[in-house]
Design a protein around this ligand. Structure first.
Ligand SMILES: [Zn+2]
Length: 332
């Protein structure tokens, strides 16, 4: 399926069409890949990734944001933003290709599932629906993984998704990204062993100032996840709404988080998930200013594109999510 987008009406129509066509006979969204036909992708820049596929930075922050501003996305209200293009913090070998004069977006339908705790609800919170909502017990999580494997899904990392959105190596036929927010201890004790058992990888968005606190992973555990082939990305320094910060505050929340993760992991980190999904135009500006390539919301479906790089979509998986419920998240 090809989806080439330059303007809003075309986008809205094509996404609707893609979503309609993408539902296969068994009721699950096909992981469709759009191939650009004209000048879609800037050359890949050998940059900061430790992965074999280099991260790409295909256009300037101002260009990307301008596109986001122009496009009224069908599923998310995108704030207007006209950030000053600020160069990303220097990274060894990083380069920013010249912005193409005419953008052509590639839309990939890749579900990105968002988990929090992979643990049972503590007895003293058994009646707390919020506590339940945040927790997928390990046995249910394993059912999810078994289902995904049976359906032929293959996990991909966020950098791999980003590269594919920018004309890099193609993803598997049924790609999926499994993400885990906040850095809870059970990411290490429960999620990691099950992911390994099923041959899957995960992306862990960690909040730096929570690491090492009771109930959260230690930095040693975060490093072990990283060394196990898991993907560690940024969830800010503090778990606070990013829309409440000025650019200088965001330099700490975003820039210091990136620096801290780089120091702890020994490699750069370029992707972000908004704590509680909260963001505004200034937050997007802060991401660009602090060298982030893309960021994830906490909802919005599975249509991913570099044109809305700072509002990539995720599907939240609640503690009530049976396998049947999970299929709903995969469908749209
Ligand atoms: Zn969070």
């Amino acid at each position: 399926m090809e989806v080439i987008i330059k303007r809003l009406p075309v986008l809205a129509f094509l996404i609707a069409a893609a979503m309609a066509v993408g539902v296969s006979a068994n009721g699950f969204a096909a992981a469709s890949r759009a191939e650009p036909t004209t000048g879609a992708s800037a050359p890949q820049s050998p940059s900061v990734s430790r992965t074999s596929a280099p991260l790409s930075l295909p256009e300037s922050a101002s260009d990307a944001t301008a596109v986001v501003t122009e496009m009224q996305l069908p599923l998310e209200a995108v704030p207007t933003a006209t950030p000053t293009p600020t160069p990303a913090p220097a990274s060894p070998g990083a380069s920013i290709p010249v912005a193409p004069t005419e953008r052509t977006a590639r839309v990939l339908h890749v579900p990105v599932l968002m988990y929090h705790y992979i643990s049972a609800v503590p007895p003293n919170q058994a009646a707390d629906r919020f506590a339940i909502d945040l927790r997928v017990p390990p046995d249910l999580f394993e059912q999810h993984l078994a289902y995904l494997r049976a359906q032929g899904y293959e996990t991909v990392s966020v950098p791999a998704l980003w590269n594919a959105l920018n004309g890099g190596p193609a993803l598997p036929a049924k790609p999926i990204v499994l993400t885990f927010d906040d850095g809870y201890a059970d990411a290490y004790t429960n999620a990691l062993p099950l992911l390994k058992k099923y041959g899957f990888s995960g992306t862990f968005f960690v909040t730096c100032n929570l690491i090492g606190r009771p109930g959260y992973m230690s930095w040693d555990q975060v490093r072990e996840l990283d060394a196990s082939g898991m993907d560690i990305e940024s969830h800010a320094m503090d778990h606070k709404p990013m829309s409440t910060f000025s650019l200088s505050g965001l330099a700490y929340q975003m820039g210091q988080a990136r620096a801290t993760l780089a120091q702890q992991l020994g490699h750069d980190v370029r992707f972000f998930a908004y704590p509680s999904g909260d963001y505004n135009a200034t937050a997007i500006q802060g991401l660009a200013a602090n060298g982030y390539l893309a960021a994830f919301l906490k909802g919005g479906g599975s249509a991913q594109s570099a044109d809305w790089r700072y509002t990539l979509r995720r599907a939240r998986v609640s503690g009530y999510a049976t396998v049947t419920t999970l299929t709903g998240a995969l469908r749209f």
